[in-house]
Design a binder for this molecule. Structure first.
Ligand SMILES: Nc1ncnc2c1ncn2[C@@H]1O[C@H](COP(=O)(O)OP(=O)(O)OP(=O)(O)O)[C@@H](O)[C@H]1O
Ligand SMILES: [Mg+2]
Length: 255
């Protein structure tokens, strides 16, 4: 049975895809069998990790629409231990269609439970920003959330809204959705974390903050342009080393 982690947070641009792609790739470097599920119609994680290959006809929306089996849409990546279920703009229309029914919200959870969980140690879902259907579907698909926090971008109000959303999912779907960890991104030290928690009056979440933080690093952007996870592009960079630490920390929490 895989541990399914949704990387979520309703604030845009805080590093959800960056953490999803690099956490997935780093766990794969540690020889954990990982599936990355792209749940954003923009397909950022898909492009980053496998490039946009017009030869691949199927993606997550074909599977959710029951047009193809998941095995026909899951794609191998340059890392032997990492597969991806890609996304494209079709997921937007599929989301609109599925959103008309309450069971639509659990369609990804059902897919994972029936088809995917047995083949992987970790399933990592890159959730979109927003409070829309696709976010709810991604949150309802897993029991654990990893929440990026970007000092300077994230506020207490963002965290409070996320807690309300988690409560909604728990009540509506009777799941035990929990926060597995807050990961500070674009952050250089534990002092910066402490200052943020104090300033935002969020010290009550301190126990859930991962020790490893991801520093601001220009090579993150470069690795997106190269369409290669940072940990493959340049593992010796500051952020690359941090992802090695973060993956170890997460693996210790969940194994
Ligand atoms: N640690 C970092 N150092 C430098 N740049 C970073 C870092 N983390 C993220 N970025 C950059 O910030 C931008 C937004 O990151 P990312 O796409 O991961 O955020 P997101 O939360 O997934 O955004 P969205 O809400 O649009 O899905 C990207 O251009 C990424 O390269
Ligand atoms: Mg993203």
């Amino acid at each position: 049975m895989a541990t399914t982690l949704t990387i979520s947070g309703q604030k845009g641009g805080i590093g959800k895809s960056t953490i999803a792609v690099n956490l997935a790739a780093t766990l794969a470097l540690y020889e954990k069998k990982v599936l990355l599920i792209d749940c954003d119609p923009r397909g950022c994680a898909t492009e980053w990790i496998k490039g946009s290959n017009p030869g691949d006809r199927h993606d997550i929306s074909s599977v959710l629409n029951k047009r193809v089996r998941s095995a026909d849409a899951v794609v191998k990546t340059q890392l032997a231990w990492l597969d991806i279920l890609p996304a494209g703009f079709g997921l937007f229309e599929t989301g609109l269609k599925l959103s008309k029914t309450i069971p639509g919200q659990v369609v990804l959870r059902t897919l994972i439970e029936q088809d995917l969980t047995a083949s992987y140690e970790y399933i990592i879902i890159d959730a979109p920003s927003s409070y829309g259907f696709l976010s709810v579907m991604a949150l309802a698909a897993s029991d654990w959330l990893i929440v990026p926090i970007c000092p300077g971008m994230t506020s207490k109000a963002d965290c409070l809204c996320l807690f309300r959303l988690i409560n909604y999912i728990r009540k509506t779907h009777s799941t035990s959705l929990k926060i597995g960890g807050f990961v500070f991104n674009r952050c250089n030290s534990s002092d910066e974390i402490q200052i943020f928690l104090k300033d935002q009056n969020l010290t009550q979440i301190a126990d859930l903050v991962c020790r490893t933080c991801i520093p601001e690093d220009i090579r993150v952007e470069k690795s997106i342009i190269q369409k290669t996870p940072l940990v493959l592009h340049d593992i010796k960079t500051a952020a690359g080393k941090s992802f090695l630490g973060l993956a170890k920390e997460i693996d210790l929490i969940f194994k």
